[in-house]
Design a protein around this ligand. Structure first.
Ligand code: ME8
Length: 648
């Protein structure tokens, strides 16, 4: 990788026949993560995305709505921009193929290729899929369907004068390029499909069609316009300012990474596009990285197949399920997508898997590290991170996560990167379990508690630097809670070098960033008719069976913090450490006990109570107290036990 040149990264430009779904969003999230990560490594980055507007299906979609095509295109392009803004996608350029700069670049490409004889006039006769915007000259049969397995729509017969690109002349040069540049297509296993496509023999490619007024006019022939794929691929050059802005072109080109889905790799990005560049005498991009599909019940999620789900919908659902900031909900979807999919392979999408990751990785693993250390610093050290000595194992595990992050991001292994970071978070949680700083703060010698809390805060600071490319808003919130500037000022290596920087910092602990979500119960397929409820209700008298009692999960938990709930003078929001997790519990004991009396006490918690929102605050359990509605005494244990221990 050359470090002097700008790191130039692109997504496919998306068709605007519908707004983006999780599939388009995934490619864009990956590109954004790469862009953020490389910026965090101190490189200048140009990240481009945009919209592919000249497809026939776009014209058809506008026709169905009865809207002028330009208005339709403007609306949809704005829709894409707005969707990416909600996801905080940090693109530097948004290219629309209807823009004059793109028409200029496409026209110039064709003009130059006509000059060299790489583009010539002929006649196209064969089949065409409108939905995939693809010609299929070789298909047999009376009414064939599209060769793309995911599409299979009926093909249209076309016979028209057309211009061709001399693709057949480039097969050997393409194979040679693959041979010489092992990183040209990533991941490695995606290459074989491309090679067999090229080895099966390349035919010249029809690159024009009769003009319908919605496309790049063919230079010198008003009856024709550029074939949508031919013009779309050129967008990557348009962004550089080619052919007019030589300085910017030199700054950006060759592109470092074209990120694409596997559907548009073999035929288009790894064959047609490099051959076009060879014909122009322009160097090829360094890498084309192709990922697999998000599937829903084993079928590709796509605009034409349905089964669509948008990131907005998912984030919206999360915010309705739990008290979580909107930006953080979007981060949770980003996290899920990057963690769940092995880059290059297909992955099944399900809401249950998203919620599972939310609870296990974000609320539990990451959330617990914060929720178990920051309230303790607030309570025992006046909110100022104490000075101490760093634990070398924890420090080493964070450094290992940083090293692996860089290596794995470079290998497009985003899941592996997150696994490495989470391994370090797991170690930090275990460290807190064994050191139990909530007990150490009761000792006469506070130094071990100080060492532990400094180690934890320093590790979180460093991990926030690694996390910021993946879950930017949550990472910024973590940094704010740590009392740091949410924006990381230095590069990853600067931020991770040197000694601990957290001693003496005043933290700003607020509330959990990722509270656990209550996962909706799956409705049974068939529900039993409500017959004969009497037998049960008769038993509702004074006694309960042992089985019923045993359903209650009572556990010991130390109260880490107690804060008043705004607008409710009887309520506290407690953070309670249950050993493997920290719970937020709303308790109506504020008038009976000052907060200081609760903090540090080991209480008894009803741990399997259905979560509920009390005065808008999520409560994940209940503490036990005597005195009914007006509590007078807390149920505590007469000697300390491990947090999370069952109470019977
Ligand atoms: O093909 N899973 O645009 P497009 C994962 N305009 N990714 C998916 C996906 C899924 N189920 N569905 C779509 C085009 N994608 C052309 C591109 S580029 C010069 C022209 C993603 O709107 C994936 O990146 O059909 C795929 O390649 C892209 O969206 C296709 O988007």
């Amino acid at each position: 990788m050359s470090d002097s040149k700008v790191y130039y990264i692109t997504t496919p430009i998306y068709y605007i026949n519908a707004l983006p779904h999780i599939g388009n969003a995934y490619t864009t999230i990956v590109a954004d993560t790469l862009a953020r990560h490389h910026r965090a490594r101190g490189r200048e980055v140009v990240f481009a995305t945009g919209t592919d507007e000249h497809a026939e299906k776009v014209l058809e979609a506008a026709g169905r709505e009865g809207v002028p095509i330009l208005d339709f295109a403007d609306r949809l392009a704005d829709g894409f921009r707005a969707a990416w803004a909600r996801l905080d996608i940090t693109y530097d350029d948004f290219i629309r193929t209807s823009e004059p700069r793109h028409h200029r670049a496409t026209t110039e490409v064709i003009r130059r290729m006509m000059e060299t004889g790489d583009v010539y006039r002929g006649e196209y006769e064969g089949w065409y899929c409108v939905s995939c915007a693809t010609f299929f000259p070789d298909v047999e049969g009376e009414t064939p369907t599209c060769l793309n397995d995911e599409c299979r729509k009926p093909l249209e017969r076309r016979k028209e004068p057309a211009y061709f690109f001399r693709l057949s002349a480039y097969g050997d040069r393409l194979l040679e390029h693959f041979e010489r540049h092992p990183d040209f297509v990533r991941p490695e296993f995606r290459k074989s499909e491309v090679l067999s496509f090229i080895q099966s023999g390349l035919r010249d490619c029809c690159i024009s069609r009769s003009s319908n007024g919605w496309g790049v006019p063919f230079p010198g022939d008003d009856s024709q316009q550029a074939y949508v794929w031919f013009d779309a691929l050129i967008n990557y050059l348009t962004v550089t300012g080619w052919p007019d802005d030589e300085a910017n072109y030199e700054r950006l080109w060759p592109c470092d990474v074209h990120l694409v889905g596997k559907d548009i790799l073999p035929r288009f990005h790894a064959t047609l596009w490099p051959a076009m560049l060879m014909a122009l005498g322009v160097p090829l991009p360094r890498t084309i990285a192709a990922h697999g599909f998000w599937l829903s019940k084993d079928r590709k999620i796509s605009k034409s197949q349905g089964g669509l789900v948008s990131v907005d919908e998912l984030a919206e659902e999360l915010t309705s399920m739990v008290e979580v900031e909107r930006d953080v909900a979007y981060d949770a979807v980003r996290y899920f997508a990057l963690r769940e999919m092995v880059f290059g392979q297909d992955a099944e999408f399900s809401r249950e898997a998203l919620w599972g990751r939310f609870n296990a990785d974000l609320a539990n693993d990451l959330g617990n590290v914060l929720n178990r250390s920051l309230p303790l610093i607030e309570r025992s050290f006046g909110g100022v991170i104490p000075d101490g000595v760093l634990d070398p194992d924890i420090a080493a595990s964070v450094q290992a996560a940083a090293r692996l992050s860089t290596e794995r991001v470079d290998a497009f292994d985003f899941r592996g990167t997150l696994e490495a970071i989470w391994e370090s978070i797991g170690k930090l949680n275990k460290y807190l379990d064994t050191r139990a700083p909530w007990n150490l703060v009761r000792e006469a010698d506070l130094q071990p508690a100080k060492d532990c809390l400094l180690t934890t805060c320093e590790a979180i600071r460093r991990l926030s630097v690694l996390l910021i490319s993946f879950i930017p808003h949550a990472a910024m919130e973590i940094r704010s809670q740590l009392g740091l500037d949410p924006v990381v000022s230095g590069s990853i290596s600067e931020e991770l070098a040197g000694d601990a920087r957290m001693a003496g910092v005043k933290i700003a602990w607020g509330k959990p960033i990722f509270p656990r979500i209550k996962v909706p119960k799956v409705k049974p397929e068939t529900s039993a008719p409500p017959t004969q409820p009497a037998a049960k209700s008769e038993k509702q008298a004074a006694t309960v069976s042992y089985e019923d009692f045993a359903k209650l999960e009572l556990r010991a938990g130390t109260c880490l913090s107690a804060e008043p709930v705004e607008g409710a003078d009887k309520l506290y929001r407690l953070m309670v450490d249950l050993g493997s997790e920290v719970r937020q519990v709303v308790a109506g004991v504020a008038q009976a006990f000052p907060a200081a009396e609760l903090v540090g006490k080991q209480l008894v918690i009803v741990a399997n109570l259905e979560p509920a929102k009390i005065r808008g605050v999520q409560s994940q359990g209940m503490i036990l107290a005597a005195g009914g509605k007006d509590p007078v005494a807390l149920v505590t244990l007469d000697r300390p036990v491990e947090n999370g221990e069952k109470v019977r």
